[in-house]
Design a protein around this ligand. Structure first.
Ligand SMILES: NC(=O)c1ccc[n+]([C@@H]2O[C@H](COP(=O)([O-])OP(=O)(O)OC[C@H]3O[C@@H](n4cnc5c(N)ncnc54)[C@H](OP(=O)(O)O)[C@@H]3O)[C@@H](O)[C@H]2O)c1
Length: 257
């Protein structure tokens, strides 16, 4: 039996990882801030799939939250075999509309927590000579898209660099770059979604299935779905000024502040 720890496990992409990994027979450590929701999810996954699901309430925008999860990842007596750094959010508004405290909170969750949790997990996985880490970024990492895209670009560069440094250690790292996925993300960020064309929406369960296949194949970058793979091919050669215009319009319609 192996154990997977998922941050942001209660909703959206994280919940899809939890469902899929539980169905595959993995024990789980579920991390988010809402304890009641975590407990309900743990009970449901235990009852449905017969796996053990631990609840770890932690706010990854705080040092205490990050340290609690890092301590769990460093516990060699109860090892974690797969870490999914998935917790994340979007701020409501464009650059300079967003209070600096919220910008810094995003960097803490998207970058500092990902660095510290990846490092805690990778250390203990390297000691055991095996393990996997999936860091959830976004296709926004590849286009000019405010501070959100910038934080997700850090996740791509960090993960691919770390994967290279740990090659041959038995620890696999992969960065997952989804396009638009129907989750709680946009409503939480106060973003309207009616200007996002239907074809751009991905299904969280299919996304997770492709991500896990890519991890098993040893990929260090996963862009699930052929539509987004093609789009990212175009992005590589398109002028940045054109990309910036399109990207900053699509899916960034904010409701009243
Ligand atoms: N949806 C998309 O279109 C999309 C596209 C590309 C990438 N992504 C990325 O995918 C990841 C998951 O997003 P999602 O769409 O699934 O969002 P979601 O449905 O809003 O779920 C976010 C999850 O993260 C948890 N979370 C948020 N802030 C946290 C914090 N400070 N500490 C601990 N947990 C926290 C939430 O639970 P609590 O509120 O209980 O803490 C929830 O479980 C994010 O990194 C996001 O940037 C999303």
């Amino acid at each position: 039996m192996t154990t997977a720890l998922i941050t942001g496990a209660t909703a959206g992409i994280g919940a899809a990882f939890a469902r899929r990994l539980a169905a595959d027979g993995h024990d789980l450590v579920l991390v988010a801030r809402d304890t009641k929701r975590l407990r309900e999810q743990a009970t449901e996954l235990h009852d449905r799939h017969g796996i053990e699901a631990e609840v770890l309430t932690a706010d990854l925008a705080t040092d205490e939250g990050i340290e609690a999860v890092a301590a769990r990842l460093s516990d060699l007596k109860n090892p974690v075999d797969l870490l999914v750094n998935n917790a994340g959010f979007g701020n409501k508004g464009r650059y300079l509309d967003v209070p600096m405290a919220d910008e810094l909170r995003m960097l803490k969750v998207h970058c500092e927590a990902v660095l510290r949790l990846t490092s805690a997990a990778a250390e203990s996985m390297r000691t055991r000579g095996r393990g996997g880490i999936v860091n959830v970024s976004s296709v926004a990492a590849f286009v000019p898209r405010g501070t959100y895209g910038a934080s997700k670009a850090w996740v791509v560069q960090f993960t691919q660099g770390a994967a290279r440094d740990l090659a041959g250690s038995g620890v696999r790292l992969m960065v997952l770059c989804p396009g638009f996925v129907r989750t709680e993300f946009h409503a939480r960020a106060g973003m309207g979604t009616d200007n996002i064309p239907n074809w751009m929406w991905l299904d969280a369960d299919k996304l997770v299935a492709t991500a896990l296949t890519d991890l098993a194949r040893g990929k260090t970058l996963s862009i699930p779905d052929p539509r987004y793979k093609a789009l990212m091919g175009v992005v590589k050669v398109a002028p940045r000024s054109l990309l910036g215009g399109i990207s900053s319009r699509t899916g960034r319609k904010y409701g009243p502040q």
